[in-house]
Design a protein around this ligand. Structure first.
Ligand code: PEP
Ligand code: MN
Length: 375
């Protein structure tokens, strides 16, 4: 819910704060244009919506906007009761590194998340993290690189290796300590959100848990930024509702991630999953959240990861999360998703290609987009 309030109306603002606190909502105030401020109410706003007449009647309230979609917190377009539409600003989600730099998803520049599917040894984790940092330094984009690694692994077969658990988290902690890079790691169960969340800079909710509603709510309550993968069989709307579960708990620091959907050919190789790039554009138009792409799971084979990421850049994604190995030799030791991991030096070339796209092609794509939006 968005409330436009005349600046200086302190008693109305106090009443809105009191109302929000009573029903577990959070308020963000920003200076709007002219004499009005924008009051964004975050969370489950049903109780407030039931008191709309009271809110509208507060002195200085100019307009109240709500989304007609079922995802009120994250919808791009909201409407006032007389039917006027308002297009909201897209949201920036910042993740801070131990180096003090903010990685700003949705800030207009591609954020590069890379690292192993899973930390297996300290040596491998540190080597990958140092190479990632070197990529950032090489291109002068240190504030746009961060680490990934799943210590708790969801596996289709119960007999497959399932990650090192908290020992893996300790390796990621060591990599952050060593390089300053923040990291994102997967959490699979609501009971582990606090334990993992105390360490991680960002929590990943994977494709298999995209509709684990207890987990989504626990991550929302915890409050750290969340990277939400789209369920591999989910419609876009279902993905947005999942994000809304997080936002309903008062947390709008959500990054949406498209990672490919199931196809008829899922036996690995080039066709493990199908990248649904249209969904990236759809999510960017329908929600205020940053949208990134995972070219690794969407490809299944490291030889087509670059192709798919460049295609996603055409859809103006805000970043990517890519699985990497530090050396080709390590591939045979990697216990999960080995075939789709890019070697770090190939990844470095891919980063260069994305930066070239950003500089030379993206302005044209933005112009085409603006033109289409105006039609
Ligand atoms: C992963 O990132 O390693 C992972 C398991 O991703 P997804 O949930 O997209 O399969
Ligand atoms: Mn993986």
């Amino acid at each position: 819910m968005i409330i436009e309030l005349e600046r200086g109306r302190q008693s109305s603002l106090d009443q809105l704060h009191e109302l929000a606190a009573r029903f577990g909502n959070r308020i963000e105030r920003s200076e709007g244009t002219g004499v009005y401020d924008t009051i964004l109410v975050i969370g489950d706003i049903r109780e407030l919506a039931a008191r709309l007449d009271f809110i509208r009647g507060l002195p200085g309230v100019q307009a109240v906007w709500e989304a007609s979609a079922g995802y009120n917190n994250i919808a791009r377009v909201v409407r006032s009761s007389d039917g006027k539409a308002l297009q909201r600003e897209r949201r920036v989600v910042a993740v801070k590194g131990a180096d003090g730099k903010l990685r700003r998803f949705g800030g207009g520049q591609h954020i590069f998340v890379c690292g192993p599917d899973s930390p297996q040894t300290l040596e491998q984790t540190l080597a990958t993290a140092r190479m990632a940092r070197a990529v950032g330094e090489k291109f002068g984009i240190s504030d746009r690189v961060m680490l990934r690694g799943g210590a708790f692994k969801p596996r289709t077969r119960p007999t497959d290796w399932r990650g090192l658990g908290m020992k893996g988290i300790a390796m990621l902690d060591a990599a952050r300590e060593d390089t300053g890079l923040p990291y994102v790691t997967e959490v699979m169960d609501h009971s582990l959100v606090e334990q993992i969340g105390e360490h991680a800079d960002m929590l990943q909710i994977g494709t298999r848990n995209a509709q684990n509603f207890d987990l989504l709510e626990a991550a929302g309550r915890f409050g750290k930024p969340v990277l939400l993968k789209r369920g591999f069989g989910n419609e876009a709307e279902e993905w947005f509702y999942s994000a809304e579960y997080i936002a309903n708990q008062g947390n709008l620091d959500i990054v949406l991630c498209e990672r490919g959907v199931k196809t008829l050919f899922t036996k690995g190789g080039y066709c493990r999953n199908q990248p649904d790039l249209n969904a990236c554009t759809h999510a960017r138009k329908q929600t205020i959240l940053p949208v990134i792409f995972d070219p690794s799971h969407a490809s299944g084979d490291h030889r087509i990861v670059a192709e798919n990421l460049m295609a996603a850049c055409g859809h103006l994604v805000d970043g990517s999360i890519t699985e990497t190995v530090h050396t080709e030799n390590f591939r045979q030791e990697q216990r999960c998703d080995a075939s789709q991991a890019m070697v770090m030096d190939a990844y470095c070339r891919l980063v260069e290609a994305v930066l070239a796209f950003e500089q030379h092609v993206q302005p044209h794509m933005l112009a085409i987009n603006r033109h289409n939006d105006a039609l």
